[in-house]
Each structure stands twice: as structure tokens, then as C-alpha cells.
Design a protein around this ligand. Structure first.
Ligand code: MLT
Length: 247
């Protein structure tokens, strides 16, 4: 698995969102690496990590991430993720909570998909395999996910760089994911929830639910949509740093 590893101190492993790769953390890399050791993997199939031939499952992705902790010799780490990366973080919490010393959940949710959302994911997967993803997937997603539209160009570039098979695999894995509310409710792990105030994909109520389930703090970032680390990097670093350095 490909990953980027910068800074020193407390290990923080951040998982990227759907149709993106570890570059989504570039705008906050220096700011966070000034305080912690920041490790950002490319989820299988995305960026520079190969997809492999396992059937679609976020539990498989979680096993990859626990394997990465093993490879890095990290008994415990703070983990976190944005959106799909948050689903991966919740799957890691289910598989190996003893490896997690804190959890950062960014524009994500605990609930599984309703049937219409699952069906839509399967349709997106089939279309991606049939046609590739450029330009229709970014055309569909960007107006919903971004408030700071000056990020359109770079986010589209990242999205259109991802292989069609990986896009399809990840959609099927997300369609199949389990509800994580019980996982989070039973946790005794310090949590921070960060959410873009104007996230067009996931309303703030879903972040409030995460904060309630984890008994964690919630930071809502004005002027951000679904990708606060990309849209409002300085504000994101300012929201996360006190929590990170308090451990
Ligand atoms: C993401 O941004 O990771 C995905 O859009 C999340 C999702 O589709 O549920």
C-alpha cells in the first residue's frame, strides 16, 4: 500500500474520501505534520495502491489499514477519515479498537445506506465500469460536495485520475457497509468530529449524531462543504490541532 509519512510524534493516520487519494490531505499536511506524525495511505485501488482481487468490502480495507499499522510497528495510533475514509475508520474501530487511541471523523456518518442510496451506488459502479468516470462523475459530485468552488479544478483532477474498476469497487463496498452506530456507542475512545457547515451531501445533523454517539466534541466549519481539509485547510488545522496536541 502506498502512503505518505511526514512529521514526528503521535501517529495520526488519515483515510481519504471516495474517488480521491492521499493527496486530499496535501493542503493540511504541513499544518498537521508540525504537531504529529501524519500518515496518509492510498486506499486499495486509489492513488498509487493496487486494487487487488478481493471482493468489495470496507472490512477488507480496514484489514489493510491494520496491516499498515503492523508494518509501521505502531501498536496504537490516532485514526481518522473524511467521508468514505470515516466509514473505513469505523470499520477499523470494529476490527481492532485496541489499536486506536483517538478518532477524528470528518464529514462522515454512522448510518448505513437506505435502499435507494444502495441502488444508486450500484448504478454508479456499473456506469463507471461501462463508460469510465470522466467527466460525468465529477460533474455530478462537485456541485454537491464543494462550497469553495475554487477547489473544483484540483478535486476534478484527483477524481478523474482514479481507475474505473476502483471507483466501482469502492461504491459496491460502501453499498454493502454495516451501520456503525452500535460500534461507536460502545467505544471508550476520545473522538473529534469536524464537519463543513454547508456539506451538501451530509447535513450537520449527521455529525451531531456522531458527536453524541462517541461523546466527542463537534467542530462545524463555516464556509466549508464536504471536504473541509481541501476547502478550508487553515480552519481545519486550527480546529484539529488543540485536540491532537492534548493527547
Ligand atoms: C465520499 O465523499 O467519500 C463519498 O461520497 C461518501 C459516500 O458516498 O457516502
Amino acid at each position: 500500500m502506498h502512503y505518505t509519512d511526514t512529521g514526528s510524534g503521535t501517529p495520526l493516520v488519515l483515510f481519504h474520501g471516495f474517488c480521491l487519494d492521499s493527496r486530499m490531505w496535501d493542503p493540511v499536511r504541513d499544518g498537521l505534520s508540525a504537531h504529529v506524525r501524519l500518515i496518509t495511505p492510498d486506499q486499495r485501488g486509489f492513488g498509487r495502491s493496487p486494487l487487488g482481487d478481493d471482493p468489495p468490502s470496507l472490512e477488507t480495507v480496514a484489514a489493510d489499514m491494520v496491516g499498515l499499522l503492523d508494518d509501521l510497528g505502531l501498536e496504537r495510533a490516532v485514526i481518522g477519515g473524511c467521508s468514505m475514509g470515516g466509514y473505513v475508520a469505523m470499520a477499523v474501530l470494529r476490527a481492532a479498537p485496541e489499536r486506536v487511541s483517538g478518532v477524528l471523523l470528518v464529514d462522515t456518518k454512522a448510518r448505513e445506506d437506505v435502499p435507494e442510496a444502495k441502488a444508486n451506488r450500484l448504478a454508479v459502479a456499473a456506469r463507471a465500469e461501462r463508460e469510465g468516470t470522466a467527466p460525468w462523475l465529477a460533474d455530478q459530485m462537485l456541485p454537491t460536495i464543494l462550497v469553495n468552488r475554487s477547489c473544483d479544478g484540483i478535486v476534478r483532477e484527483w477524481m478523474e485520475a482514479q481507475p474505473r474498476e476502483s471507483v466501482a469497487w469502492a461504491q459496491r463496498a460502501m453499498a454493502d457497509r454495516v451501520d456503525s452506530r452500535e460500534t461507536l456507542r460502545g467505544l471508550d475512545i476520545d473522538a473529534l468530529v469536524v464537519h463543513g457547515e454547508a456539506d451538501g451531501l451530509m447535513p450537520v445533523e449527521l455529525a451531531e449524531e456522531l458527536a453524541e454517539l462517541t461523546a466527542g466534541k463537534l467542530a462545524v466549519l463555516p464556509g466549508a462543504g464536504h471536504l473541509p481539509p481541501v476547502e478550508r485547510p487553515e480552519e481545519f488545522v486550527a480546529a484539529v490541532t488543540p485536540w491532537l496536541t492534548a493527547r
